[in-house]
Write a protein that binds this ligand. Structure first.
Ligand code: SF4
Length: 292
């Protein structure tokens, strides 16, 4: 890494000061309990943060503790996941809560958190850093971009990038790694953008190895937009919403839905059953899985 320790410390200081004045006003940032951070981080894996901010509160109202989530029926967890999409995350979150509750509570280190179902490297480090004072910086695609630009040099792969991020973490005070990660996330979305970084207004420009040197990337040629209604994701979401609306008795799932012909609907509901997101209760009748 080209940066000296004093430069690292200066970057940390500048970034945290910038965050103090410019943090996005999100309700979820006021949640620091490990269980709450777990919910927020799993939701944020594939959902925009503004949407998570709105829906995490609703979910936490319904399942306010690890115990309440671990003891819930799968159907109720999937029902509470309405509006978030990528429903397998809800299933894995439920399994993670069951495993953690059975083991006596959520672990505090990222190594232990990563052993829970559905918890990857980024999510584990984010929970550990935000809720338990972990010092490893969680690295997702946005934080990776900021770290890569700060250190400069050849493009780093995942492991060296994590190591580079940890160098910043090592120079932070107790409990600051989580705030650093949230700050880098906000900087990545508003200043250190992927295709057009605004180095002239960046708080880190005097210390960043790439300041003013990131070539504006060529605009990607856009392929013809895919209508959401024609995608498999739409159909899965539509069927899951039908199951949510149906309740315990279930609903008949047969025939076409929107642009999707009957065979595609049959194949999709079968897949949802195989994945544990639905269960068959009678001929062509399905519901959210009631068994735990
Ligand atoms: S100076 Fe430019 S490249 Fe460096 S962190 Fe700031 S916006 Fe990103």
């Amino acid at each position: 890494m080209a940066l000296t320790v004093s430069e690292i410390k200066r970057i940390n200081k500048l970034l945290l000061a910038w965050y103090k004045a410019n943090a996005r006003p999100l309700k979820i940032r006021e949640r620091y309990k490990p269980y709450e951070v777990l919910i927020v981080e799993v939701m944020a894996q594939q959902t925009q943060i503004a949407r998570v901010d709105e829906l995490a509160t609703r979910f936490l109202k319904r399942f306010p503790t690890l115990r309440s989530l671990a003891r819930a029926e799968t159907a109720d967890v999937l029902d509470a996941w309405r509006g978030l999409g990528y429903n397998r995350r809800a299933l894995l979150l439920h399994r993670a809560a069951e495993a953690a509750h059975a083991a006596g509570g959520l672990p505090t280190t990222h190594e232990e958190l990563e052993r829970l179902p559905g918890i990857g490297s980024y999510t584990a480090r984010a929970i550990a850093a935000i809720a338990s004072g972990g010092r490893e910086i969680p690295v997702d695609v946005n934080i990776a971009r900021v770290v890569q630009r700060l250190v400069g040099g050849p493009r780093l792969t995942a492991k060296p990038l994590q190591a580079a991020a940890n160098v910043f973490g090592a120079e932070l005070g107790d409990g600051e790694a989580g705030r650093w990660a949230q700050a880098a996330m906000d900087l990545a979305s508003s200043v250190c953008r992927a295709s057009a970084p605004d180095c002239s207004s960046c708080p880190l420009k005097t210390a960043c190895a790439s300041a003013g040197r990131v070539a504006a990337s060529e605009k990607k040629r856009r392929s013809a937009p895919v209508r959401f209604g024609s995608t498999a994701r739409w159909l899965r979401g539509r069927l899951l919403d039908e199951l949510r609306d149906a309740g315990r008795g279930g609903v008949i799932i047969r025939g076409a839905r929107g642009e999707h012909p009957a065979p595609a609907v049959t194949a999709t509901i079968k897949r949802l059953c195989d994945e544990g997101l639905a269960e068959k209760v009678a001929t062509a009748t399905y519901r959210l899985p009631r068994r735990k």
